[in-house]
Ligand binder design. Structure first.
Ligand code: SF4
Length: 377
């Protein structure tokens, strides 16, 4: 059987959002009809260029994220699928959908073109929390979208939730988790809202507030780690929980440092020994593709040291952790010895645990995964 790190995926970034959310760091723009037509046309050209670079036509997974892929009309969804049609995912095809732009017709279209998995950006079932997040959708739209996904026949169905909104209480968060688990889903993502200075959500946050906020986020994170497994959803990654077999294969492949090619502005790629990112600017991306000039920036040549380090850091995000003997075999020229002291130090703090060659975060370690990564780098 093919090892997960041998997978190849395509990620298409659909950069359109009708109402950008204050907290969001993804590249996005408000759609104009002519932009979407241009986008689809340039995606087709980029797909051709990726094929010429050696991206295989038979791939394992496809993921359309954004932005808001569901802001496309039914016809535009079909045209984007045609534009990327040379790539055929054999195992999983996920599309992110927003409740404000999910319609029965669009979900049936997605099902008809071969999409196998829907990730719905619910964020919260609480109207007050949605308003605090600045989200464009209402609870009523969320409930209609959930029905539409189920009626279109998607068995692989994920709901995204967010914690850490200003004013959100622990009981609101518990209620969100329980309500999500009652939906016909086999996957729940529970993300921490990352406040960024200068965004509309966090203006005026002081140092003391920041410390209090971080402590509160830790409490919310632990609530998810306790509640969701009790509701039948096993945590398999820092922010991701699934029923048996419901894990997102595309994201798992990424954390295992497999290969993927990105399409669209700001999309990242890792294949053929390089990691790179398309320009996070619609015009630059378009001009690059049209002039056969690289649409990407920050291309990094990947050697064994870089890949070992990435596979270790991202692998530790998963509850199963990493098998160091597998990483050593995959990246034989890596200087694995340089992690020894940090690993011992983190074990001593109770943040990492080792069982023979398997290394994984403890529960306490999962709460501070970013700091563990910094120590290992
Ligand atoms: S809909 Fe999603 S991608 Fe668009 S601004 Fe909001 S969080 Fe960002």
């Amino acid at each position: 059987m093919q090892a997960i790190f041998e997978n190849f995926g395509i990620y298409a970034h659909v950069p359109f959002c009708s109402k950008p959310c204050g907290y969001c760091r993804f590249y996005k723009l408000r759609p104009k009809p002519e932009d979407i037509a241009e986008y689809v046309r340039v995606c087709a050209a980029e797909a051709g260029s990726l094929a010429r670079e050696g991206v295989p036509e038979k791939i394992d997974t496809m993921f359309w994220g954004g932005g808001t892929p569901s802001s496309l009309s039914e016809g535009e969804i079909e045209r984007l699928a045609e534009a990327l049609g040379r790539f055929r995912p054999s195992r999983e095809w996920t599309v992110e959908v927003s409740p404000s732009s999910a319609s029965r017709g669009k979900l049936e279209t997605l099902r008809r073109i071969g999409v196998t998995r829907i990730s719905l950006g619910v964020q919260s079932f609480d109207e007050g929390v949605l308003r605090s997040l600045g989200r464009a959708h209402t609870l009523n739209e969320t409930l209609k979208a959930i029905d539409a996904v189920a009626e279109a026949g998607f068995e692989n169905f994920s709901i995204d939730l967010i914690f850490g909104a200003k004013g959100q209480t622990e009981s609101q968060w518990r209620a969100d988790l329980r309500r999500a688990a009652e939906c016909p889903v086999n996957h729940i993502s529970a993300y921490c809202l990352e406040f960024e200075s200068g965004t509309s959500c966090c203006g005026g946050i002081t140092g003391a507030e920041e410390i209090e906020k971080r402590a509160r986020e830790g409490d919310f994170f632990e609530i998810a780690m306790d509640e969701l497994p009790a509701l039948g959803f096993r945590q398999y990654e820092i922010s991701n929980y699934a029923r048996e077999g419901g894990e997102c294969l595309h994201n798992l492949s990424t954390w295992h440092m497999a290969q993927w090619a990105g399409v669209g502005p700001s999309a990242a790629s890792q294949f053929g020994g390089y990691r790179r990112r398309n320009a996070p600017n619609f015009e630059k991306w378009k001009l690059g593709i049209e002039n056969s000039a690289p649409a990407y920036e920050d291309a990094v040549k990947l050697d064994d040291d870089e890949m070992f380090s990435s596979a270790l850091i991202f692998g530790l995000r998963m509850n199963e952790g990493v098998d160091l003997s597998v990483l050593r075999a995959r990246f034989p020229k890596a200087d694995c010895g340089r992690y020894g002291e940090s690993i011992k130090f983190l074990e001593g703090l109770g943040l990492l645990e080792a069982l023979k060659d398997r290394l994984r975060l403890t529960r306490a370690g999962r709460l501070v995964a970013d700091s563990v990564a910094v120590e290992l780098l």
